[in-house]
Design a protein around this ligand. Structure first.
Ligand code: KG4
Ligand code: ZN
Length: 339
């Protein structure tokens, strides 16, 4: 474990984030969200995201250091999200981290964003140690991992088409809600009935741990078409039923996987893990089977740099001058993060 302060930077999508981690402690975590900037377009515009990161990242790093009450002299290593994500957005973080590491003579740790989501529960106060089964559900990913070692999670299953967050965002848009759709859909669901509409279960196949959300999404589209111009109560019912069709299989499969592998703890992460109904279902399922459950604070579920600092503890450092060759990558390496 790195004993001193790690300065972590995250710019893979539409949040410019920096944090200072000391062991398991979050000394500071700053997130500048671009959500309102992208809202008029109904989704993240990659070029706009990259340009905005460029204008914001230095101020966000300065704030993270100031909030932690430290200067660069107190930093032991710099961690940065290197993959996967929007290439232009990632490049801003990687170039910033390389420049800072070079200027200060510090080692660089290039981190996989998914490893960050998985490692978020390792941070205090949850302080979860392996083994556990992890569900990561975000706008770009939906996967289950068996985590025996935080440095090499073992992939158990993943989405074969849309990510859960993407399906929630697209469903929200069909129901006339603003971007980002997940939180808006959750708010509308609060006044709807979960059992008002039946949607296909979002599973990739009966005997695999994969997920599929394309069918649920198409089904919502036809349901809205059939209903013509649904009134507010009907829209709330549709939202609640659609949300249930997406989050219930996530919770069920997480709990099933832990039981199958004889693991006593389940954990969740990624933006969709901020969803109240998913959290409730995971808690219920875990309680039913006597499992411990790790539900990170919502601010640690959506994109942030504290989780990148956590994953950095389990990722090899790249020494000078090797890290000058570190490049941003839009996709995970072949075979995924466990390769
Ligand atoms: O992890 P994240 O911040 O960014 C990615 O790496 O994708 O996840 C963003 C996703 C979006 O699809 C957003 O709609 C969803 O997480 N999300 C939610 C909630 N908060 C964010 N989905 C459902 N309920 C929420 N409360
Ligand atoms: Zn993410």
């Amino acid at each position: 474990m790195i004993r001193g302060n790690v300065l972590a930077i995250e710019t893979s999508c539409d949040e410019t984030a920096a944090a200072v981690i000391h062991g398991r402690d979050i000394r500071s975590s700053v997130v500048a969200s671009q959500a309102t900037l992208h809202a008029p377009y109904g989704g993240v515009v990659p070029e706009v995201a990259a340009r905005h990161h460029l204008g914001t990242v230095n101020a966000v790093v300065d704030r993270a250091l100031a909030d932690a009450g430290i200067g660069f002299d107190d930093v032991e290593a710099i961690a940065v999200t290197q993959r996967p994500g929007l290439i232009g957005a990632l490049l801003v973080g990687v170039a910033t981290a390389k420049s800072l590491a070079y200027a200060r003579g510090l080692p660089l740790i290039s981190v996989d964003h998914i490893m960050g989501h998985i490692a978020a529960v390792w941070l205090a106060p949850l302080s979860v140690d392996p083994p556990f089964v992890s569900l990561i559900a975000s706008g770009g990913h939906t996967r289950l991992d068996l985590v025996r070692d935080l440095g090499s999670p073992e992939l158990l299953g993943q989405t074969i088409d849309d990510a859960a967050g993407e399906a929630l965002d697209k469903g929200a848009r069909m129901l006339g809600l603003e971007y980002p759709g997940g939180p808006a859909l959750e708010r509308l669901s609060a006044s709807g009935r979960r059992d008002a509409h039946e949607f296909p279960i979002a599973l990739g196949g009966a005997d695999t741990r994969d997920f599929s959300f394309a069918g649920v999404k198409t089904s919502l589209r036809y349901r809205i078409q059939d209903l013509g111009d649904p009134d507010d109560a009907t829209r709330a019912d549709l939202a609640a039923s659609y949300q249930e069709a997406i989050v219930r299989p996530l919770a069920d499969r997480l709990v099933d996987a832990a039981r199958e592998h004889g693991v006593q703890t389940v954990a969740i992460g990624g933006g969709v893990a901020a969803n109240g109904r998913l959290r409730e279902l995971v808690e219920e399922g875990a309680e039913r089977h006597g499992l411990a459950v790790a539900l990170p604070d919502r601010s640690l579920c959506t994109d942030n740099a504290a989780m990148i600092g956590a994953a950095a503890q389990f990722t090899p450092m790249t020494p000078w001058p090797d890290y000058l060759a570190v490049d941003a990558m839009p996709t995970a390496p072949p075979g995924g993060i466990a390769a």
